[in-house]
Design a protein around this ligand. Structure first.
Ligand code: NAI
Length: 335
């Protein structure tokens, strides 16, 4: 069976890691017809729109996207494309599995890190509701709803049940934001009460950061509102080798977009230096989502096998190989 997938290469290192990933997916022995569309600053420059209509139309039709990073200007300029896509397609779950790749040398190489993040993807401070009340005073609205908090909690507990994961910790700052984070916790507790087999606990976000750095191997599933989820995703990526490694999935009831945690890495764009592991691992998640479990495992195993040889690795993880050389090494392991 041929799967139709929307491919958004994106900006900066996006096209390089996307091309590498397409090659690796094709070597995994699965038939994919890629519908390539442009979004991001390149699309703005060449087509006049950050998210041209054909991007929406394509995802609407294929239901599945693989996306490279897209640039968002800091303070001012256009809103994030990711936020727009997540809202448009109701992608309320941001799922990020964080696992130590065997063979990778990091400060935490001896810790058996195998955690996964469930980040609420549609509200919180990412609602983009900011305004100036009077000059010198700005208000930014943090929106937390029962509806969104309940559905992300349910997604995490359903995953725990399906994948036999033992523990979920909800992360919050309800000691200060008693109403908003308080509501998030209330919803998590309500859902937790229906899953007695999953051990449920809560941690204040600052303490969670400290515990993650000191004892990352004690964490299993993390359940977080949007902002804490964003920050802690990068923290946990740092534990297992950095942003070049960690994959991600934005999941809704009808659509899914798979993308790496990292950004456009303007400092190394166009130099054939970027590590495509994160997007390749995102593609492995995508293949499993498409029901191609064998191809997904083949790709995942090949990536992990490539990490056994330091000569195959890119600079960010201590090697000196190019994007192309790493990709060739992954593909060789699937032959
Ligand atoms: P970044 O993730 O692009 O870069 C941070 C550091 O990590 C840089 O030193 C970079 O070279 C390195 N890095 C990132 N990915 C790498 C990879 N695959 N291989 C090797 N090294 C890698 O974060 P930054 O600089 O904060 O953001 C740059 C741009 O990316 C901004 O416009 C931001 O809005 C955008 N961005 C987009 C995201 C997305 O589309 N999903 C996510 C995060 C940022």
């Amino acid at each position: 069976m041929t799967h139709l997938v929307t491919l958004i290469p994106g900006d900066g290192i996006g096209p390089e890691v996307a091309e590498a990933t397409v090659r690796a997916v094709e070597a995994a022995g699965v038939s994919i017809e890629w519908e390539r569309v442009e979004a991001g600053e390149r699309a703005l420059a060449t087509l006049g729109h950050l998210i041209p209509d054909d991007v929406y139309a394509s995802i609407e039709a294929t239901h599945v996207g693989l996306k490279g990073p897209t640039a968002t200007p800091i303070a001012g300029g256009h809103r994030s494309i990711n936020v727009a896509l997540r809202k448009r397609f109701g992608l309320y779950v941001n799922f990020r599995p964080v696992r130590m790749l065997a063979g990778l040398k990091t400060r935490y190489q001896d810790a058996a890190i195998n955690l996964a993040i469930f980040r609420e993807n549609t509200e919180d401070l990412y609602s983009g509701l900011e305004h100036e009340i009077v000059p010198g005073v700005v208000e930014s609205l943090k929106i937390i709803t029962q509806h969104a908090s309940t559905r992300i909690a349910r997604a995490a507990f359903e995953y725990a049940r399906r994948e036999n994961r033992a523990k979920i910790v909800a992360i919050h700052k309800a000691n200060i934001m008693k109403l908003s984070d308080g509501l998030f916790l209330k919803c998590c507790r309500e859902i937790a009460s229906h899953y007695p087999e999953v051990q449920y606990s809560e941690l204040i976000v600052d303490n969670a950061c400290m515990q993650l750095v000191m004892r990352p191997e004690t964490f299993d599933l993390l359940l977080l509102p949007n902002l804490y989820g964003d920050i802690i995703s990068d923290l946990t990526a740092g534990l297992v080798g950095g942003l070049g490694i960690v994959p991600g999935a934005n999941l809704g009831d009808h659509h899914a977009i798979f993308e790496a945690v990292h950004g456009t890495a303007p400092d190394i764009a166009g130099k054939n230096m970027a590590n495509p592991t994160a997007l390749m691992q995102s593609a492995a998640l995508m293949l499993a989502h498409l029901g191609e479990r064998e191809a997904s495992a083949r790709l995942q195993n090949a990536i992990e096998a490539a990490y056994a040889n330091r000569d195959s690795l890119t600079g960010d993880v201590g090697g000196s190989a190019t994007t192309t050389q790493f990709t060739d090494a992954v593909i060789r392991r699937m032959k």
